[in-house]
Design a protein around this ligand. Structure first.
Ligand code: NAD
Ligand code: MN
Length: 365
């Protein structure tokens, strides 16, 4: 029989609660919807691991991912806000080392909202460039005549921008194909596929200028994209404004690393909680599912973190490794639990625990 080997990297804080929850859901899939046998490999990384062992992303973890795993699930890390000598965020490192060049972040308000005719039904797909921008972390501290000043380098390359652009336009077409299988009345997005390119090239004309030109070039250079997809641009500040006023106006949104990070958390607020929004770090050869949220130290260790973002991230991992029907079963089970509205963690106004929500999802599989 076929098998799928998944590396599990819970890392810090609520990562240690939501990754086991996601595993529990994967294990609850029956063999008729999940034809491959699932193997799990527990892997270390994170700030707590760094404090004990002096390294945040151990070589063994990278080696196991590259050698044994078909994909992985990452929880969250607690990166301190001050500089710690020798420490560097393992998820940022992992994305770079495994060449996971796009972070795909679907933000949806769910079937329930659409069915009730809610105006602000949201069905956005944010594509965040995942390897450069300010996240190259080349910072310098200087001593000037007026005191200290700091400089951060921001890298934007044609190569990375092109790959992010390709991902955005091809996903826009793919989403359209999938939508056509759904009854018109059930569709959240009714128009032609659209990609919104986010930038700030009115100020950063060199870096964001290159990003904008390159992503536009991907569109201009491909007849399939020009025929099937509309394209528009938004300066990042007005992007945020418009997203809060009319989130239903966005389909696929493609952004440089930092803008994409910030827009995603804002979009998560629009659909109710960071605890709902999954992502997949995608490369040509590997995929790492990862909830959009962080390690949430304010609620860690209490069994009240919302596991849905991690559970949906596990489904994205299955979708990208060739098990679309198993992924769909998980998406549906999660939607049903949300629609029923009885089993909700506190971030959604409920009183249920992480375990109760996880079990409710499992019961529907
Ligand atoms: P956060 O995403 O951890 O939390 C923001 C708020 O959302 C908190 O109030 C938290 O309780 C809530 N929240 C987040 N996930 C939730 C869930 N699943 N269920 C219920 N509520 C949830 O962001 P933060 O507080 O700014 O950062 C905390 C730590 O996480 C920092 O050390 C930061 O560096 C790290 N972080 C890591 C990642 C990552 O691993 N990719 C991403 C963002 C932040
Ligand atoms: Mn973030």
């Amino acid at each position: 029989a076929k098998s799928l080997t998944i590396g599990l990297i819970p890392a810090d804080g609520i990562g240690r609660e939501v990754i086991p929850a996601a595993r529990q859901v994967l294990e609850a899939l029956s063999s008729d919807i999940m034809p491959a046998r699932l193997n799990f490999v527990d892997l270390d990384a994170g700030f707590e691991y760094f404090q004990k062992h002096g390294v945040a992303l151990p070589e063994q973890t990278l080696a196991a991912l590259k050698g044994d795993c078909d994909g992985a699930l990452f929880g969250a890390v607690s990166s301190p806000s001050h500089k710690v000598a020798g420490y560097s965020s393992p998820i940022v490192g992992l994305r770079k080392q495994m060449d996971l060049y796009a972070n795909v972040r679907p933000v949806i308000s769910g079937a329930a909202a659409t069915a009730s005719g809610q105006k602000r039904a949201i069905d956005m797909l944010i594509i965040r460039e995942n390897t450069e921008c300010l996240y190259i972390k080349e910072e310098e501290l200087h001593e000037g005549a007026d005191g200290k000043y700091a400089i951060a380098k921001r890298r934007i390359s044609e190569f990375a921008s092109r790959r992010a652009g390709e991902m955005a336009f091809s996903m826009a077409l793919q989403r359209d194909l999938m939508r056509q299988k759904v009854a018109a009345s059930e569709r959240t997005w009714k128009g032609r596929p659209k990609v919104t390119i986010v930038h700030k090239s009115n100020v950063l004309s060199v870096t964001d200028g290159l990003w904008r030109e390159t992503v536009r070039g991907v569109y201009a250079g491909n007849a399939k994209y020009r025929e099937g997809v509309d394209v528009e641009e938004q300066l990042v500040d007005s992007m945020v404004y418009r997203m809060f006023r009319e989130p239903q106006a966005f389909d696929v949104v493609v952004a440089p690393n930092m803008y994409g990070d910030i827009i995603s958390d804002g979009a998560a607020a629009l659909v109710g909680s960071l605890g709902l929004v999954p992502s997949a770090n995608v490369g040509d050869r590997f995929v790492v599912g990862e909830p959009v949220h962080g390690s949430a130290p304010d609620i860690a260790g209490q069994n009240i973190a919302n596991p849905i973002a991690a559970i949906r991230s596990a489904a994205m991992l299955l979708e990208r490794t060739g098990y679309a029907s198993a992924a769909l079963a998980i998406y549906r089970a999660v939607d049903k639990v949300l629609e029923a509205g009885q089993t909700k963690t506190p971030d959604l106004g409920g009183k249920s625990t992480t375990s109760e929500v996880t079990e409710a999802v499992c019961r529907l599989l």
